[in-house]
Write a protein that binds this ligand. Structure first.
Ligand code: PM9
Length: 475
């Protein structure tokens, strides 16, 4: 892959390619099912890519969650698992590494991100309190609502426009937050829920200036700020690339500084930390820690494993150290950029600037003739699989779900189909194949019809809902 900005000895030398800072030691065979097999698999899956069997998928860009390739060091770490019920040495390793890289003193392990979201939501939110956030995430908002919280989106307006080129579209709109606090009163705010990067906006980062301003505002009102640190390493890389004053700082230093403006964090280690399972909660306040540590034994497991095996905790500790290395995160984000560049060269509508963990196709723009209640992004994910066996995920009205008050669809401004890139898994050729498949689906866009939902589960419907194609003349 090439980066035009690269220079040697300070001089422009034209194209200088770069490569991933690893080589491949073990491979897993994959197979492209033929057209009839793909048709059969999609129909059996009810046109929902979550319901496909992985063996029927050729290139799997459903998610970057738990799908990462571990290093030889991490695999070796698995052998060092101390599977004691209580006091595993792997927990103390993990605790030390989180303290070192994220800066929080008190750590509670959980089986994955939503385990941590459940604990913090149940512990901190009082029924009827508001939870302002820089856009929703599916599992995060659901846990906040199940705890009786009222979610309020306070992200900058730029985030809702896929074409807006603001470098930090994940920022909190400080004025929106101030007016919410004035309207409902500070006692009615549970905490500010801050995510870096913002998944549903397309993996968009939050700037250091923004988190500092947020901290100052919240200090004035005595409001806590909790961070969804799931992809905070990627966020730190964007700060290094885009924010003045940070170009010479390491990703690790930026990460730690950012976290220092927050009161605690929850984490799905399945993303940044280059593992297949794991998560944690970390806080500054000892009283809160005591309450969380007590809750974890009810829902996850003892406070020194929280649902993870000892070996899993070891893999996370090693993964954190690998994740924060500048060359690791650079290669990861530049691979996403490579795929995006191919699509942009062909004028295929995507969210810009390109985010950290994937390319998000603007399905509303891709299929302007498909109304949102016929699920353009769900349709695009299905069509891409049918064309080429590439699996992506809907991030539009299906993911957004229904308003708990009115029961109506929550129509988000962004109707996106996400291609999330697992870390250290696919090569440049897989990206080329994916881009060419999308180009083909785009060529047939005018003749494509939408979907109707025929089964809808109560919670997080995008995982299990089923659809049928709308027939010509029936739309
Ligand atoms: N994210 C993703 O594919 C996996 C599940 S899809 C709902 O993007 C953030 C920002 C996430 C996230 C999961 C979680 C939950 C919290 N915050 O999946 O429970 O992107 O480990 O983490 C997914 P767990």
């Amino acid at each position: 892959m090439a980066d035009k900005k690269l220079s040697t000895f300070g001089q422009e030398v034209g194209r200088r390619s770069w490569a991933e800072p690893w080589k491949i030691k073990m491979v897993e065979p994959i197979r492209l099912p033929n057209k009839e097999e793909r048709q059969r698999a999609m129909s059996a899956a009810g046109y929902n890519t979550f319901l496909l069997r992985s063996e029927d998928v050729y290139i799997d860009l459903l998610t970057d969650s738990g799908t990462n390739a571990m290093s030889d060091r991490q695999w070796a770490g698995l052998m060092m698992g101390d599977e004691a019920y209580a006091g595993s040495r792997n927990f103390y390793n993990l605790e030390r590494v989180i303290q070192e890289y994220y800066g929080y003193p008190y750590i509670v392990p959980t089986h994955q991100g939503r385990g941590a979201e459940h604990l913090i939501s149940q512990t901190v939110i009082k029924a009827g309190q508001y939870v302002p956030a820089n856009m929703y995430f599916t599992t995060t908002r659901l846990h906040q609502e199940l705890a009786g919280g009222i979610f309020v989106d306070v992200i900058v307006d730029n985030a809702h426009d896929p074409a807006d080129l603001h470098p930090f579209k994940g920022n909190v709109d400080i004025e929106k937050l101030k007016s919410l606090i004035k309207k409902v009163g500070q006692a009615n705010i549970a905490y500010v829920s801050l995510a870096g990067t913002v998944n549903m906006a397309g993996g968009q980062p939050v700037s250091m200036a923004n988190v500092k301003e947020l901290r100052t505002l919240c200090n004035g009102y005595g409001i806590k700020v909790f961070l969804d640190a799931t992809r905070m390493v990627e966020n730190a890389f964007f700060i290094k690339e885009r924010e003045k004053g940070y170009e010479n700082s390491s990703v690790a230093n930026i990460l730690k500084e950012f976290c220092s403006y927050t009161d605690g964090a929850w984490m799905s280690s399945k993303k940044d930390h280059l593992v297949n399972i794991g998560g944690w909660l970390a806080v500054n306040d000892q009283d809160l820690f005591d309450r969380l540590r007590n809750m974890v034994v009810v829902y996850e497991g003892l406070h020194t494993y929280g649902g993870m095996a000892g070996r899993d905790m070891e893999a996370v500790s090693i993964g954190i150290k690998e994740a924060v290395a500048d060359e690791n995160v650079r290669a990861r984000i530049k691979q996403v950029q490579y795929l995006a560049d191919l699509l942009m060269d062909w004028d295929i509508p995507i969210v810009k600037p390109v985010g950290g963990h994937g390319v998000f196709l603007d399905a509303g723009e891709f299929y302007p003739h498909i109304p949102q209640d016929q699920f353009p992004a769900q349709t695009l994910a299905a069509q891409l699989y049918l064309d080429s066996g590439v699996r992506g995920m809907e991030r539009g009205v299906v993911s957004s779900g229904r308003d708990p008050e009115t029961g109506k669809h929550r129509y988000p401004a962004l109707e996106l189909m996400r291609l999330a890139i697992p870390r250290r898994v696919y090569t440049q050729s897989h990206m080329d194949v994916t881009a060419e498949a999308i180009k083909e689906v785009y060529r047939h866009r005018d003749e494509t019809l939408g979907l109707k939902m025929v089964y809808e589960p109560k919670y997080m419907r995008f995982f299990q809902a089923r659809f049928e194609p709308i027939e010509k003349g029936a739309a």
